[in-house]
Design a protein around this ligand. Structure first.
Ligand SMILES: O=C([O-])CC(=O)C(=O)O
Ligand SMILES: [Mg+2]
Length: 229
């Protein structure tokens, strides 16, 4: 494979990405029409992080982390490194040394559908990582791949400079040209959910609030409404 390194992709506006990330992955995913989700197989190595940032993408060979070393130099403040391999691999190609180098450059986290390691150290550092596997298996540094080309994870295309929102619910990608629109849709969804939350707090049922009760007979559902004592 020919190595492709593109410097300085057009990045989504970071202030808008930050506002988007505050809504969290599930809200953003819903607000943009249930698209952009990178898949339930990507899990955080430790719970409790919610980050947003702009993607620097890596296409590496399985069992080979050379291109992550190449990519580190392309990363700047507000970026999130997003790594895939040319064929499936669970090898631990990223760990606390890379996290240390990325943090120095202002990178906010790592997303990969391959494997990572040094979980205790990553946790202690508070460096957020989402991966498809955890593995002590080491990797070589031998094969050229690509940095900052469009990649695919979970059927979702991630282009350099796209917005990434990641938290305990998983990872969502928003195309960089759609970030402002995604933010207003997420703001609207959050306002709607706040009103629903207040109604639920007061005892209103989803069956009534969403107009579902009228549908039930048509679905053949026979039920007795329950009157709480
Ligand atoms: O160096 C490696 O091969 C990956 C790793 O464990 C680290 O980044 O700490
Ligand atoms: Mg290590």
């Amino acid at each position: 494979m020919r190595t492709v390194v593109v410097t300085g992709p057009p990045r989504a506006d970071l202030a808008t990405v930050d506002a988007l990330a505050a809504h969290g992955a599930a809200t953003v995913h819903e607000a943009i029409g249930r698209t952009g989700f990178l898949g339930a197989h990507l899990r955080p190595t430790h719970l409790g992080s919610r980050i947003g940032g702009t993607a620097v993408t890596v296409l590496a060979w399985p069992g080979d982390n050379l291109m992550i070393h190449v990519a580190v130099e392309q990363c700047g403040p507000g970026d999130i490194l997003v790594v895939t391999t040319t064929s499936p691999s669970t090898d631990g190609m990223f760990g606390e040394l890379f996290a240390t180098a990325l943090r120095h450059r202002g990178v906010r986290g790592l997303v990969t559908n391959a494997g990572v390691r040094d979980i205790a150290e990553l946790h202690a550092m508070g460096f957020p990582v989402w991966s498809a596997a955890v593995s002590a298996q080491g990797t070589v540094k031998a094969t050229a791949g690509a940095v900052n080309v469009p990649i695919t994870i979970g059927g979702q295309v991630v282009r350099p400079g796209d917005a990434i929102v990641a938290d305990d619910d998983g990872v969502v990608c928003v195309a960089r040209e759609n970030v402002a629109e995604a933010l207003s849709a997420s703001d609207a969804r959050a306002a709607k959910e706040e009103a629903t939350r207040a109604a639920f707090r007061d005892g209103e049922l989803g069956l009534d609030r969403y107009g579902l009760r009228a549908m039930l007979p048509g679905l053949g559902l026979v039920y007795e409404p329950y009157e709480a004592p």
